[in-house]
Design a protein around this ligand. Structure first.
Ligand SMILES: NC(=O)c1ccc[n+]([C@@H]2O[C@H](COP(=O)([O-])OP(=O)(O)OC[C@H]3O[C@@H](n4cnc5c(N)ncnc54)[C@H](OP(=O)(O)O)[C@@H]3O)[C@@H](O)[C@H]2O)c1
Length: 260
């Protein structure tokens, strides 16, 4: 087991279910002291008790709430070494059908929530001259997927923000990585599937769906090597390579079927 995790404090934002909760569980197995953050205190307290973590309720889309939660948690834990930004949501749909509120909501949680948490924790990481921030983007943060126009933009924003931050804080001894999961079986994916256009569902049936524990284990194995982009599936890594070096080939697979 890697000593990269032993006895370190890990904060998992968006940690009460899905990928965040799986990460919390895997971090505890590796010897971290874990605190989970999310909005619903009932679920959060139940899952934290089950996995033997601490918890703090907050809304990442509200900077005042983030600042207060970070201060409270620091009062108990001291500064974290790991910060995982997993809070996020996908509201798929063609741009013609999305509401402006859908677009705003995804920006608020996926991009602003990530930026707010990073801003609030950074002074403590700079002071201790160490830390590892992991922002959860998506495969939709490295390639444009039809049916996810507004979502992809928020996840590309997470990639750009994370890449710039990585260069900005490396000199303080702080690492920044970005996780780009493919479809992963979580409560969030279940919700998302309820509103996907049928062509998107048909397309996704062809690719593998990962378990959240697989994503968490892949990420934690990769992090000691300080990678920037972490893509936990073979299909995803192949698609990412094609999108960079042979986008014409990827277009054949990712094109929306003729609109009726
Ligand atoms: N699952 C996938 O297929 C997939 C694929 C690619 C990328 N991702 C990304 O991976 C991340 C996790 O996805 P998931 O499927 O595990 O999601 P999920 O099952 O919906 O879990 C989301 C977690 O974030 C918390 N959360 C949501 N909004 C929040 C807010 N405003 N403030 C604080 N906490 C908030 C939720 O708890 P509360 O609701 O109680 O706040 C929950 O703990 C997201 O960024 C998602 O975009 C997921």
């Amino acid at each position: 087991m890697s000593s990269y995790y032993r006895d370190r404090v890990a904060w998992v934002f968006g940690g009460s279910q899905g990928i965040g909760l799986a990460l919390g569980e895997e971090l505890i197995k590796r010897g971290c002291r874990v605190r989970l953050f999310a909005r619903r205190a009932d679920l959060l307290s139940q899952e934290a008790a089950r996995i033997k973590a601490e918890w703090t309720a907050l809304d990442v889309a509200d900077y005042a709430s983030v600042e207060q939660a970070v201060q409270e948690a620091q009062g108990v834990d001291g500064s974290p070494f790991f910060v995982f930004n997993c809070a996020g949501l996908a509201l798929p749909g063609y741009l013609l059908d999305l509401s402006p509120e859908d677009i705003d909501r995804m920006n608020q949680v996926n991009y602003l929530g990530t930026a707010y948490v990073c801003k609030a924790v950074l002074p403590a990481l700079v002071a201790q001259k160490a830390g590892h921030i992991v922002n959860v983007s998506s495969l939709g943060g490295v390639m444009g997927l039809f049916g996810y126009t507004a979502y992809c933009a928020t996840k590309y924003a997470v990639m750009g923000f994370s890449e710039a931050l990585r260069r900005e804080v490396a000199g303080y001894g702080i690492r920044v990585s970005a996780l780009c999961p493919p479809n992963t079986r979580t409560p969030g994916l279940e919700q998302e599937n309820l509103r996907k256009p049928p062509e998107v569902l048909a397309q996704e049936e062809k690719v593998q769906v990962l378990e959240s524990s697989q994503v968490a284990r892949y990420l934690l194995k990769a992090l000691p090597g300080n990678p920037f982009t972490v893509i936990p599936s073979f299909d995803g890594r192949l698609a990412h390579l094609l999108s960079r070096w042979a986008p014409g080939i990827l277009n054949l697979f990712l094109k929306r079927p003729q609109a009726k």
